[in-house]
Design a binder for this molecule. Structure first.
Ligand code: ZN
Ligand code: ZN
Length: 410
């Protein structure tokens, strides 16, 4: 199979298995201009699947950077309706959304933090209808990634550009199981494996998980009562099966917003709003981050933590074995979509309401009362290592080792 055929296969996997675009459905497609050729393939594939229309939303890292450098703060505080409106439109027409990522992990390094914060807040404010539809599982959405030159340079430093891009393509293809004879069947099988793990954890209903490893993590996180472990495919309100993330290796659930204690040390750098935060640690008390350290990017971490009240509390606990197709490649992608699927992680910020029984029917306030966190942020950070041990504690006090030496022990 030549490269072009592989791309087409990837586009088809994105449309059919990823977002699972249905006949007559509208698709909002976000893609960078640098990857226009792939974006068009996805659009064509969507039409072949019967899409009514594909609304292409082109973006460009470098223009976005210019905007931040030259435009005044007020522009980011008040984004025009034509920029944010497409999301709410997507929710209104029960559309599907595909986001093709290729961002340079350091594109916004050094940008005035007030602008980044204003953009995050304004976007959240303007897309409430869309966010609510996401929370209620009404939409089919999918995120995939394609290389950009600047991203590939970061992942494979010192390599000629063309070679780095090619190598990143290869790594992505491997991560999304495109090398398998029948990728669609491979995804179905993979989804079943993840749901088996989730089923086991759902049965256990652990009250808390205790993490320890040699880089200094000694941390306990409480899980909400009635939590649901999820993983693999999702199901939209209309019953359509879709995969929100490609790749995905995680099973995840809802931590209790006020039950986290101890110190957790990052195992990979975090790219937050285009700035890298390295070798950082967070100390929790009664669920809240009370202290933090970082080798680089301390300011970005502070910005993240100070965004709103919920940004200092956890919204997701995710388990990923240290041996997975992605982590076995031994590549640091500097992109959450890949790195979060190579490592156990936690997320600061909003919880996923569907990881609690009846959670999608609750108001934000009711959800909070049960321990579900709310924030305009949802930022994953990696904590998994080759020697990570996680012990689950049941409500009767008995314990089960869930992870040993970085991998599933059950
Ligand atoms: Zn996750
Ligand atoms: Zn997450």
């Amino acid at each position: 199979m030549n490269f072009d055929q592989k791309l087409k296969k990837y586009a088809k996997l994105t449309v059919r298995t990823g977002a699972n675009v249905q006949p007559g459905q509208e698709l909002i497609l976000q893609c960078s201009v640098e990857n226009a050729a792939f974006g068009r393939m996805v659009a064509e594939s969507a039409y072949e699947a019967g899409a009514k229309v594909v609304w292409m939303a082109w973006n460009d890292d470098r223009t976005a950077r210019l905007n931040y450098d030259y435009s005044p703060l007020e522009v980011f505080e008040n984004p025009p309706e034509f920029v944010t409106g497409r999301y709410n439109y997507c929710a209104k027409v029960n559309g599907a959304l595909i986001n093709i990522l290729s961002r340079d992990p350091e594109i916004f390094k050094g940008v005035e933090s007030a602008k980044l914060l204003a953009a995050t807040k304004a976007q959240h404010e303007a897309t409430k209808e869309f966010d609510a539809a996401m929370d209620r599982n009404e939409l089919q959405w999918n995120i995939v990634a394609v290389p950009s030159v600047s991203w590939a340079r970061k992942v494979f430093p010192g390599m000629p550009d063309e070679e780095a891009v090619e190598k990143l393509w290869e790594s992505i293809f491997k991560a999304v199981r495109l090398d398998e004879e029948d990728p669609v069947a491979a995804w179905q099988k993979h989804s079943r494996t993840l749901s088996d793990k989730a089923a086991f954890l759902n049965e256990q209903q652990f009250e808390s998980l205790h993490y320890t490893n040699s880089i200094g993590t000694d941390f306990t996180v409480g899980l909400v009562k009635g939590h649901i472990w999820a993983g693999g495919s999702g199901k939209s309100a209309s019953g359509v099966e879709y995969f929100p993330n490609m790749p995905t290796e995680e099973v995840f659930t809802m931590p209790h917003l006020s039950r986290a204690e101890g110190r957790v040390v990052s195992s990979m750098p975090l790219s937050y709003q285009g700035t890298l935060i390295t070798d950082f640690s967070l100390t929790f008390k009664e669920g809240k981050v009370t202290d933090f350290t970082a080798k680089e990017g301390r300011e970005a971490l502070e910005l993240l933590l100070n965004t709103d009240e919920g940004s200092r509390h956890l919204g997701e606990v995710a388990l990923v074995p240290h041996h997975s197709p992605i982590s076995d490649m031994g590549i640091l992608f500097y992109n959450t979509l890949f790195d979060e699927n190579a490592s156990c992680h936690l997320a600061l910020g909003a919880c996923y309401p569907d990881t609690l029984q009846g959670g999608t029917e609750l108001s934000k306030e009711e959800l909070k009362q049960k321990g579900g966190n709310d924030s305009i942020n949802h930022v994953d950070f990696m904590v998994g290592t080759a020697d990570l041990k996680i012990t689950g504690k049941r409500s009767d006090g008995s314990e089960v080792v869930v992870f040993e030496n970085g991998n599933w022990a059950v």
